[in-house]
Design a protein around this ligand. Structure first.
Ligand code: ADP
Ligand code: MG
Length: 391
């Protein structure tokens, strides 16, 4: 299916490269329903692909040259396939070029494939915690998988995107974002075991239940590559080491008293967030299966409290968004994404969406915060080829 964003990507390709793209591929951003910072602890997450996506218009070339361009950037970056080494790549082009590099690590013979030109367009907000980075990586990964005829499956393409982000961009992120972007389905979430990488599609049934998923983008930008995210990862690793387990995934609620006795207060609270959050993901999946989505509100609320008080990754804007949405009628709300900014989600009865939106706007204005971007998202299908014949 080709829509306005696809047409914009095709037009952008035409104006940068003076020819038509032979194919269009796209991949969605994602929002995490529950399971925060559990991915790199070998735990559980429950993200969904959303109806905001990144489109790539791409054509191969007859030589070894790669040129990447984006509606987000004025410059066109040019490299040779023979020069694709992580140390030489930086800035936004490290994401698409990093994927090309990472495909080689998963067996693609880059000496036998043609160069390409790619133009990127997107309606996924950047830095809002909706994973514009994974949308970009996944769109490029499915496109190159097609035009280079690699036949890699979606789970492998998710690992390709993760490797690009870890090794080329330098952000120590887990496998969740790419998995959601590649494996997501309409009206469903992806229940992912980040140790086994087993993924299961869990129907959400939001609309039949009269609920909408509201995103409140605080427009406070976060940064994964530095600071708090890496510090939380270190605390989790230290906690697992001290408790003698390979990863915090291997602890259950019963282990918490022992953890409290052994660890300093801060490390204990980091560990408690991960252990309770893993349990909340399992409880959410169980609630969705047995009672439906109206039952998950309290789990979302508890998740937010844990991130605010134990993991300490919330921000004043996120707390105000969550508290205000709940008071205005949302049945559950939490910050989502890596934290320190980005977005909150609020599970909201459809008829209360305008009231919740208005209440959040007023609360932000009263506190002198930047105007948030509040919008509804729907669970969407994962990455796909939008148009163009198979090569
Ligand atoms: P997010 O939460 O949105 O994933 P990240 O910091 O992980 O935030 O990734 C955002 C970065 O990804 C941007 O700063 C940019 O470098 C790159 N990026 C995302 N989307 C695009 C795009 N459409 N065009 C170019 N670069 C993009
Ligand atoms: Mg990201």
């Amino acid at each position: 299916m080709v829509d306005a964003l696809d047409r914009a990507a095709q037009a952008g390709f035409q104006s940068r490269f003076h020819r038509s793209a032979t194919g269009l591929w796209s991949a969605p951003g994602r929002v995490n329903l529950i399971g925060e910072h559990t991915d790199y602890n070998d735990g559980f997450v429950l993200p969904l692909a959303i109806d905001r996506r990144t489109v790539v218009a791409l054509s191969t070339r007859t030589d070894r040259v790669v040129r990447v361009a984006s509606s987000f950037a004025a410059e066109t970056v040019e490299v040779s396939l023979d020069e694709l080494v992580p140390e030489k790549l930086d800035g936004w082009s490290a994401y698409p070029l990093g994927v090309a590099w990472a495909l080689r690590q998963f067996g693609a013979d880059l000496t036998a494939v043609p160069g390409f030109e790619v133009y990127i367009d997107s309606d996924v907000p950047v830095g809002a915690g909706l994973s514009s980075s994974a949308a970009l990586e996944s769109a490029v990964a499915v496109a190159l998988n097609d035009v280079w005829d690699l036949s890699l499956d979606r789970a492998t393409l998710a690992r390709v995107g993760q490797l690009a982000e870890n090794r080329v961009v330098g952000a120590p992120t887990g496998i969740m974002d790419q998995s959601a972007s590649l494996l997501g389905q309409a009206d469903a979430a992806v229940f992912l075991d980040c140790r086994s990488l087993a993924a299961e599609v869990i129907p959400l049934g939001l609309n039949p239940a009269g609920l909408e998923l509201l995103i409140i983008d605080t427009r406070v930008s976060h940064s994964h590559a530095t600071g708090g995210y890496a510090a939380r990862r270190k605390s989790c690793e230290a906690g697992a080491r001290a408790l003698g387990v390979p990863a915090l995934r291997d602890l259950s609620l019963h282990d918490l008293p022992r953890a409290q006795a052994m660890l300093d207060d801060e490390t204990f609270r980091r560990v408690r967030h991960i252990v309770t959050e893993n349990q909340r993901v399992l409880d959410t999946v169980e609630a969705l299966r047995s009672s439906g989505c109206t039952a998950i509100g309290p789990l979302l609320d508890a998740s937010h409290r844990s991130m605010r008080d134990d993991f300490e990754i919330s921000a004043p804007e996120l707390d105000v968004a969550v508290d205000t949405a709940r008071r205005a009628g949302a049945i559950g709300a939490r910050m989502t994404g890596g934290g320190f900014g980005g977005a909150a989600i609020a599970l909201t009865p459809t008829e209360l969406v305008p009231a919740v939106t208005a209440a959040v706007m007023v609360a932000f204005t009263e506190r002198g915060f930047a105007t948030p971007d509040v919008f509804v998202v729907h669970a969407a299908d994962g990455a796909a080829r939008d148009s163009g014949a198979r090569p």
